[in-house]
Design a protein around this ligand. Structure first.
Ligand code: ATP
Ligand code: MG
Length: 213
């Protein structure tokens, strides 16, 4: 986009493994964009996710392409290769530092689910995170929107450092989508149509040895 760095732009940043991207992610981004009048939401698929390094994660290129397919029809959604091209384990602080240097005058809003926000203090350099962006925690079925355990840390931060937002509940997770695909059950309507087709075309999530042609 040409207007990179124009003063006063409000940019959402939605990090995730997106393995695969599903409607829960898209609704979260759309709701936060509307609530905070964001000009754009940038989806940033992770490189090798450190919190998931014990698990098998699909190739970055597949996760990137699914994210592009899922967001293509929305003019205010875009996808960044920043994390997948960094070729090291993704830390949110690196993502935000990079977004900050690419968009020096923009206000950044990091969008995260209630579950991920609960881990915020385990993130690397968490204090710097709040200098780089405002955090928006969205509700997610099965997880409490509870920041009590963050209180003592949040006390020293501006009131708008972390905002909790209630969004329409979609009990969808990528894990459940992978499980369904592996068991040959439908993922239609949980993920965008193009993503259903991409999963099947690339035989993603098919257990090793069960791959027909
Ligand atoms: P997995 O099951 O593999 O962990 P996931 O569904 O949690 O996948 P991620 O890519 O891990 O998806 O999540 C990216 C971000 O989106 C996280 O901040 C997560 O909390 C948020 N998120 C994921 N699903 C939902 C949902 N259904 N509603 C609200 N937020 C969500
Ligand atoms: Mg997750």
């Amino acid at each position: 986009m040409q207007e990179t760095g124009r003063r006063g732009r409000k940019l959402g940043v939605m990090g995730g493994t997106f393995d695969p991207i599903h409607h829960g992610h898209l609704v979260a981004a759309s709701e936060v964009a509307n609530r905070f009048e964001l000009d754009e939401v940038i989806f940033v698929p992770t490189g090798q996710p450190w919190q998931k390094s014990d698990k098998q994660v699909s190739p970055a290129e597949d996760r990137y392409l699914m994210t592009v397919i899922a967001t293509a029809s929305n003019p205010s959604f875009s996808v960044s290769r920043a994390d997948i091209d960094r070729e090291k384990v993704t830390y949110t602080v690196d993502t935000l530092r990079e977004m900050r240097s690419k968009h020096p005058d923009a206000e950044l809003y990091f969008i995260t689910g209630a579950d991920a926000l609960a881990n915020i203090l385990t993130w690397q350099d968490w204090a710097e995170l709040f200098e780089l962006a405002r955090f928006v925690g969205v509700s997610r079925p099965g997880y409490e929107l509870n920041t009590d355990h963050l209180e003592e840390h949040l006390r020293d931060l501006p009131a708008d450092a972390v905002t909790m937002v209630e969004i329409p509940a979609l009990a969808i997770s990528s894990s459940e989508c992978r499980r369904r695909a592996a068991e040959n059950r439908p993922v239609w309507y949980l993920v965008p149509d193009g993503v259903v087709q991409y999963i099947s075309k690339r035989h993603l999530y098919v257990p090793a040895g069960a791959e027909g042609s």
